[in-house]
Design a protein around this ligand. Sequence first.
Ligand code: TRH
Length: 367
Amino acid sequence: MMKKNRVSWDIFCRVVDNFGDIGVCWRLSKQLANEHKLNVRLWVDDLQVASKIIQNLDTSLHAQTIDSVTIYRWEESASAFDEVRPAEVVIETFACNLPAAYLKAMTLNKPIWINLEYLSAEAWINDCHGQPSTHPQTGLKKTFFFPGFNNKTGGLIREQNLSKTRDAAIAMMKKLPSLQVSLFCYPDAPIKDLLNTMSQGNAPVECFVPMDSYQHEIAAFFGSNAINIGDTLNQGQLKLTLLPFLTQAEYDQLLWCCDLNFVRGEDSWIRALWASKPFIWQPYRQADDLHLEKLEAFLKIYLQDNPSQILAEFSRAWSEDGITLSLWNRLIAEINELNTWTTQRSQHFESQTDLASTLVIFTENGV
Ligand code: TRH
């Protein structure tokens, strides 16, 4: 079959909640533009939030190019897309619903239309990945594209040079006497219980917390009414430092230099996987405890054949408010063996085709 190289791509990102939507879209956009040499336009509805992730973004501009990606403010006005010719590939991320005028214009040049879904480890996505559907109003074909942890899915976002860069950075880091931990979670996590177990645990801990929405809980734990970026607070075995919200690249480096990482949502989850260190993932809370099903699905595929149960038990405790001192002491007692395991698991998933590549392959194969 003749391969057709479709070079113009439009990616639509609606910032729903937190940073993962734009975190994922920005990483993917840069990779498609710089590794696959595609002309990528990233349409974002909230440039204010996006500026936390996209360095040097000027939130006053309608259009600007950064890292070879042209970023547009996604204006909601009915006429905003009247003059916009759809790209050859349109990626609607997380079912964000395309602008009506743009969708109408798509009926003229009939681009490849992909709906990029949220990441999940659940088995059902294997059967749903790549499934087409016909848009009722326009008759256009839309394909559902699921990121995932095996080759029946679209794969995971991973830059080409990531593992080499990580390994070089880790090789330069010296082992410190205390356990180095990074903490990025949702405010509903049992933060005080975790800090309590760290302070009473069997080993000294240095915990690094990038600024987010739970510094009040952290300050309260230390009996302080406020904690500011750069502050270091001590209690028992615990020394905690509040960091600024880091760039994505800096955050990767934090994950690489820590012995244990607490992550959440979607993008930091996978960055922790690639950091190859032990990590505890907190899924975004959903109704009817669906997030716990997502957690179990991930633990099942990530921890298969691992003789120890501690990562699974601690992960459940973190999402279900069950943190105890004995769990913490078991986790840190096994941290070296766990690091060997997580390094192997990272290598396993690195052997999978990455998401940007599977998207390009899909669009080249003429759909
Ligand atoms: O911010 P999140 O909770 O976003 C989540 C996910 O998008 C999830 O899929 C969605 O359902 C939910 O929102 C509504 O977590 P996530 O996905 O890890 O995104 C955080 C981004 O922030 C990620 O790209 C990493 C980046 N980051 C930094 O750049 N600097 C930092 O200091 C930290 C802690 C994170």
